[in-house]
Design a protein around this ligand. Structure first.
Ligand code: KG4
Ligand code: ZN
Length: 342
């Protein structure tokens, strides 16, 4: 194929990702995670993450080239997450990408992490429907975006006013004595639980809140409600039904996420919803989104879990789109921006 070969680098949080795509085809997706090193702290430690990126970068680039069966010299463009994310972690990826672009004499594209979460879907389902609404839910972000052009115009409709959805999963998992990161464990426990066991609060869904926060999320009240409920049980010397609490909590999160996502599509007259980010792996979120989208006549796209979590392939996918749409390359003085807006 003569479609361009793009190498993408992702280091915004704890995953060192190097992906290689040819046009819209995924060739390699090397991901090294420092998650285990953070587990004993119960969250990602920025300094530890930066150091791990530094160690994993070159081996990951080599591994991706090997898997893709290409030489670095064959790469037509380099793309890298320039923000948002952890400042020190981003710096490692941006420095590596600049070095590669300079050494190879190829264009460099600094891309937005959130837009990359959207663009990754092209690798599984083909060209993006634009405009579309995207619900991005991970440990670091929870946003609803209106995507007119993934390489250029992505408007935030709303986001969390406190915790990210994944963060809420991780905190509640901890309350329930489950390992970090807790999302997958809550998902697994919930399968055996009764989702109607406790009716936990749905943040920012009252008429009053909707007036100002129609597309925003809030999960800290929910987390506190779960903590109170668990405490009350424990104080009474009663056992905590972990599966039922996990299922009830998960139901509250998924209810709000899918309700607001469908509402966003309706309000903008958009017929396609795309869900991404680590929490998109959640089985209940997928099932509920399918149901509600079907009922509302909205087409739903959710990439497979491996593509939903942070990886280099998503950055390469967006780089390939930038190249295909003739976007101007970044200059070598590209700076990492930890609070880059979409
Ligand atoms: O996108 P991601 O890998 O990294 C960022 O945070 O950017 O997302 C990780 C988050 C964690 O909070 C994790 O607990 C959550 O995604 N997660 C899940 C599931 N799998 C991962 N949350 C709920 N259900 C899951 N099955
Ligand atoms: Zn992410």
């Amino acid at each position: 194929s003569d479609e361009p070969l793009v190498l993408g680098i992702e280091t915004s949080c704890d995953e060192t990702g190097v992906g290689i795509v040819r046009g819209g085809t995924l060739l390699a997706d090397a991901v090294a995670s420092s998650l285990e090193e953070h587990a004993r702290f119960g969250g990602v430690v920025p300094e530890v993450a930066s150091r791990a990126h530094l160690e994993a970068m070159i081996p990951s680039v080599d591994r991706a080239c090997e898997t893709a069966g290409v030489r670095l010299a064959d790469v037509d463009a380099i793309s890298v997450t320039s923000g948002p994310g952890l400042a020190g972690a981003l710096l490692v990826g941006v420095a590596a990408a600049k070095a590669l672009a300079l050494g190879l004499g190829k264009p460099l594209y600094g891309v937005n992490h959130l837009a990359a979460h959207v663009a990754v879907d092209t690798l599984e389902h083909g060209p993006l429907p634009e405009p579309c609404v995207s619900l991005l839910v991970s440990g670091g972000h929870s946003s609803l975006l209106l995507v007119e052009d993934v390489t250029d115009t992505v408007d935030p409709l709303g986001s969390t006013v406190d915790d990210a959805a994944g963060e809420a999963f991780d905190k509640v998992a901890r309350l329930l004595g489950l390992p970090f990161p807790g999302g997958p464990y809550v998902d697994r426990e919930a399968k055996a639980g009764d989702s109607a066991y406790v009716r936990f609060p749905r943040g920012l869904t009252s008429q009053r809140d909707l007036a100002r926060h129609r597309f925003d999320f809030s999960f800290s009240g929910l987390k506190t409600a779960v903590a109170r409920w668990v405490e009350t049980r424990e104080r009474a010397g009663e056992p905590v039904p972990v599966a039922d609490v996990a299922a009830s909590f998960q139901e509250a999160v998924c209810d709000v996420l899918t309700r607001k996502a469908v509402d966003a599509c309706r309000s903008r007259g958009v017929e396609d919803l795309l869900i991404g980010g680590g929490v998109a792996a959640n089985s209940r979120l997928r099932a509920m989104a399918e149901e509600r989208c079907a009922a509302a006549g909205i087409r739903l796209r959710v990439p497979r879990p491996k593509l939903c979590t942070d990886n280099g392939a998503m950055v390469a996918a967006l780089g390939a789109q930038m190249l295909a749409r003739g976007r101007t390359a970044s200059r070598l003085d590209l700076v990492a921006d930890s609070s880059l807006p979409v």
